[in-house]
Design a protein around this ligand. Structure first.
Ligand SMILES: NC(=O)c1ccc[n+]([C@@H]2O[C@H](COP(=O)([O-])OP(=O)(O)OC[C@H]3O[C@@H](n4cnc5c(N)ncnc54)[C@H](OP(=O)(O)O)[C@@H]3O)[C@@H](O)[C@H]2O)c1
Length: 303
């Protein structure tokens, strides 16, 4: 099969190569998915799991990409819940070969059915940003009706989903000046331009959803009211609210949450933030483009 591999961590996306690789076998509880579309988060190349297995042994050449939408072509020993020919989407294991390939072996529990009226490109754009937004708001942030949310990077892949899922609570988005309209379009009630507006003018926040870290995170912790929560997706929290919780987490696949997310897409409550769609043959060039790209890049593996 065709697949993109990486072997050299220092090379970054410039080290990505499109090569021929053997098709993966299905292990216990796996399915093999013929990939139609794949998502890729550029920061993956900095994650240890891209380079090593769970015992920290080198696993290169590894195939990056963790989001997928496609069709089940084979089932491993003992696999239940999915069938050959079924349309699926989901989030692949961080430590296994990923989804920038024609086929992937993936545990069935990491997948959900993809309804027939949802395009594979849309399906592949949802797992990481959708599940991260969902888990950050509702699972780790325990967002309740009537609470206020401040979410950074509101025009980004995760942030734009956070805006839409938190809209009912009332959400303030942040980002760069150029992202104001996009953040408002995705549902932000207000927008704070982090370069020009005073973040400190915002107060009484119940939940901060941080995708940036560093100084922005430290300043945000001071805006959280008693009993509130700082949720970070960019590593261990560097600050804690004076009288609240600080949580950092890595997104996990969850079939029920994937199904909730895709249902919202179908009924028009959720819109994905796709910036660019490229073929697998063009993917390396796409990931190495120098201009700033807004929204998610999805690789269409099968036309
Ligand atoms: N823990 C997890 O499970 C998990 C899951 C998903 C993502 N992540 C991480 O979360 C981060 C965001 O992911 P994403 O996919 O949403 O990325 P993204 O699409 O690039 O969105 C990030 C947004 O934040 C903006 N931003 C970043 N730094 C800023 C700053 N200093 N001031 C103003 N705006 C700033 C970006 O603007 P520019 O594009 O102009 O920089 C962009 O609009 C990444 O580091 C990713 O690795 C973690």
């Amino acid at each position: 099969m065709k697949a993109i591999v990486v072997t050299d961590q220092a090379a970054g996306t410039a080290g990505m190569k499109l090569v021929e690789r053997p098709e993966p076998p299905a292990a216990i509880n796996d399915v093999i998915v013929q990939i139609h579309a794949s998502g890729f988060v550029p920061t993956e190349l900095a994650w240890p799991s891209t380079w090593t297995d769970r015992r920290d042994r080198d696993r290169t050449p590894s195939i990056p990409g963790h989001e997928l939408a496609g069709v089940v072509t084979a089932l491993g020993y003992g696999t239940t819940g999915l069938s050959v020919g079924q349309r699926v989407f989901g989030l692949a294991d961080w430590h296994r070969d990923g989804t920038l390939a024609e086929y992937v072996a993936i545990e069935a529990r990491n997948l959900a059915p993809l309804p027939g009226d949802v395009d594979f490109t849309v399906g592949a754009s949802l797992p990481i940003s959708g599940l991260t937004a969902w888990q950050g708001l509702f699972q780790h942030g325990r967002l309740q009706a009537g609470q206020s949310v401040l979410a950074h990077g509101a025009a980004g892949a995760v942030g734009s989903i956070v805006m839409q899922l938190a809209r009912e609570a009332g959400v303030i988005g942040t980002g760069r000046a150029a992202d104001r309209q996009k953040a408002l379009d995705f549902g932000a009630q207000e927008f704070v331009d982090l370069d020009n507006d005073a973040l400190e003018d915002v107060g009484g926040i119940d939940l901060v959803f941080d995708v940036i870290g560093g100084d922005i995170q430290k300043r945000s912790a001071g805006l959280i009211r008693a009993g509130g929560t700082l949720v970070s997706i960019v590593g261990p929290t560097e600050a804690r609210p004076a009288d609240g919780l600080a949580v950092d987490f890595v997104v996990e696949s969850d079939r029920a949450q994937l199904s909730e997310i895709v249902q919202r897409v179908r009924d028009g409550r959720l819109r994905t933030n796709i910036g660019n769609v490229s073929a697998l043959d063009d993917a390396v060039a796409t990931f190495n483009a120098t201009e700033r790209r807004a929204g998610k890049t999805v690789i269409r593996v099968r036309p």
